[in-house]
Write a protein that binds this ligand. Structure first.
Ligand code: PLP
Length: 390
């Protein structure tokens, strides 16, 4: 049989972060001594209180289909969480639970993007956004940020990027890969520019619990106008180390949009895993807050340690991130070709990191500090040895 595949799927690229992580795992399985700093997931275990809720759900036989958007108790827990933590007022009709924030994003793009609609993506960006936009027949409009501007878009850049075809602006704060966090003032400036337009804001707040400096501000909390145009995306993968459970959600004041996404999800997935839903309530209602804080403190200690050590290596430099668990390290003085830099690093000293080019910015690489301090120390020593030989 001769197979013919759609352009839609053949045009998709493999996620570069997942590709590097699996290459590192493969090399490790072959017996090579590999230290990986490529993964985008906490190394901590899921808090016990969440696991207990899942075990109870199984024991009680909570193992059947549920409502497509999620069980009422979970939607309530999300609604209350958004009010309590984020000053966002969403009813349970305005929330849809999906299989991870990635899936929520997929649903939003499918529901909103028509042929050639433009989506503004600040660069460097999380690798999945442009792929999903392309998959939805949209057009990626990148705004190139710079380290001097803390990897944030400026008012002038945003104004210049807007056209009559602009449909969505993506904001990711804290950011993957840079860890930068938008302040209230910066979000207010963005809100001012968007006022009077028909532009949606997709606010990806998945790293909100990992803040080391200042406070986290939800985009939708800036003003009523911003609340109405913002689709808030969040989930439990990063906040409570639940990457494998697959739970994310979107919230939007547009109930028609929610209804349409509910229809889409109802045809493609039905509901997410029933047991995960019960477990997620424990991750949202405050029961895991102590665990969340313990992880945050550990991440902060690793960030401080890693930044100090890396900045001491001649030829490398990194700005201390305010949030998330990534360092976006400038290696342009050694090699502007970040792909080559990362390949050499992996082959010569067994350290896996992700090239900046995959995130839309060459001359940098992403180092995830979501791993133990001992490995971080050893990894940075290897990077230092590698750089010394260049
Ligand atoms: C910015 C950003 N959004 C969303 C996700 C996806 O999270 P989830 O595991 O909930 O699909 C990630 C994961 O790396 C991410 O970095």
């Amino acid at each position: 049989m001769q197979a013919h595949y759609t352009n839609r799927v053949t045009n998709l690229s493999e996620s570069i972060t997942l590709a590097i992580s699996s290459l590192a795992r493969e090399l490790k399985a072959q017996g090579k001594d590999i230290l990986s700093f490529s993964a985008g997931e906490p190394d901590f275990d899921t808090p016990q209180v969440i696991k207990d809720a899942a075990i109870l759900a199984i024991q009680e036989g909570f193992t059947k289909y549920t409502a497509t958007a999620g069980i009422p108790e979970l939607l309530n827990a999300i609604s209350q969480k958004l009010q309590r933590d984020n000053n966002l007022s969403y009813s349970t009709k305005e929330i849809i639970v999906s299989s991870g924030a990635k899936h929520s994003l997929f649903n939003v793009f499918q529901a909103l993007i028509q042929q050639d609609d433009e989506v503004i993506i600040p660069s460097p960006y999380w690798v999945t956004y442009p792929e999903l936009v392309t998959f939805s027949n949209g057009k990626n409009i990148f705004i190139q940020t710079s380290e001097e501007n803390h990897f944030k878009i400026t008012k002038e850049q945003l104004k210049a990027a807007i056209t009559p075809k602009t449909k969505i602006l993506i904001l990711t704060s804290p950011s993957n890969p840079t860890g930068m966090v938008y302040s209230r003032k910066e979000l207010e400036e963005i809100a001012e520019i968007l006022k009077g337009t028909n532009i949606w804001v997709l606010s990806d707040e998945i790293y909100e619990k990992l803040i080391y400096e200042g406070t986290f501000i939800s985009t939708g909390s800036i003003s009523q106008d911003m609340l109405e145009r913002t689709i808030t995306i969040n989930g439990l993968s990063k906040a409570v180390a639940m990457t494998g459970w697959r739970m994310g959600y979107l919230a939007s004041k547009d109930q028609k949009l929610c209804k349409l996404i509910n229809n889409l999800q109802g045809q493609a997935l039905s509901n997410i895993n029933s047991i995960t839903q019960k477990a997620a309530i424990a991750g949202l209602n405050g029961s895991a807050d102590k665990d969340i804080e313990n992880m945050r403190v550990a991440f902060k200690q690793r960030r401080d340690f890693a930044c100090e050590k890396l900045n001491a290596i001649p030829g490398l430099s990194v700005s201390k991130p305010d949030g998330a668990f990534y360092l976006f390290i400038n290696c342009s003085a050694i090699n502007k070709d970040s792909m080559q830099f990362c390949k050499d690093l992996l082959e010569q000293v067994g350290v896996a990191v992700v090239p900046g080019v995959g995130f839309g910015m060459d001359g940098y690489f992403r180092f995830s500090f979501a791993t133990d301090l001992k490995s971080i120390e050893e990894g940075i020593q290897r990077i230092s040895n590698f750089v010394a030989k260049q």
